[in-house]
Unconditional design. Sequence first.
Length: 392
Amino acid sequence: MVFDFLKRNTAQPAERKASATGPVVAYHSAGRVAWSPRDTASLTRTGFTGNPVGFRCVKLIAEAAAAVPLVIEDASRRFDSHPLLPLIKRPNAAQGQAEFLEALYAQLLLSGDGYVEAVGEAAQPVELHVLRSERMRVVPGADGWPIAYEYKVGGRAHRFDLTSGARICHIRSFHPQDDHYGFSPMQAAAMALDVHTAASRWAKALLDNAARPSGAIVYKGMDGQSSLTGEQYDRLVGEMEAHHQGARNAGRPMLLEGGLDWKPMGFSPSDMEFQKSKEAAAREIALAFGVPPMLLGIPGDATYANYQEAHRAFFRLTVLPLATRVTARLSDWMQDITQDAARLKPDLDQVPALSAEREAQWRRVQAADFLSKAEKRRILGLPPLMDGSADD
């Protein structure tokens, strides 16, 4: 129809709201930053097994916390013999006390969560096992509190139903945005771990390329504009790879022919900054874990006057808070099972790194004549004496 033809001609073109500079901005954009995944398995692979700074931080904290001597006491006395002592010293057939606690502390540092299973039908458990955090899933109930834990290995799953008497101790770090899972130092250090790993890969690439950006070979033909043939190019590349690359060929002289000219090149400013970026990333990783960089051999840090002061601060600010919090949670959990008031706690008097501080505190308390024996023992964290002499 004629009218339809007229309608098609009078239709307004579709409006396009787009900036004329859009294609230019998109063309020159550097793209998004590629960060590694943030799940527990990926962080453990990249930050612990694939990064020396993250590995050393976790091992240093876990081994130091596991080596802290522990005592069992209640409100009235410290026990030399108690049913919990053999269980802590030999939690299971495959682990001793140090291995068991090191695995538990390492799980907390890597994932923010630690899970312990108690084995035994009676009121007294016969074995304790640390379960891997990335395999565990919290099953919340209608009120939001956990009613079960699901442990998956491959295609198989086992459900620990808390309402049916399953004994699972969940220790988690504080997470401001999650009600069921903890926040680990590895997650806080994830960006610094990526930077440190990328800098290491860059350094490895430079080492593979004769340990430096070597330079450029410029071909000048008869007319100054000719290019190499395919055969000449392949031959040149083959000779470079066979005779002039790698550590074994370092410093070997090069013979150029046929209009080839060598143009040496030095490090670019970005190459020079990579080492500084790597050291800064290493300090950030140590900061996230609470390890003084001096203990890791990271240069450029002068926060502490000497190594001994840094070591003391490491125990006071990182190791002891972790060991105290974990042992307190284990004690509360064991009290619910055994109905025993005995508690597990670190013995500060046997920590070598704190010997100077504890000795000074003992001298100050001993010299305070206005304090009774009971008050002195309470200040030192000791239970009162059973013979009544503590009240003198």
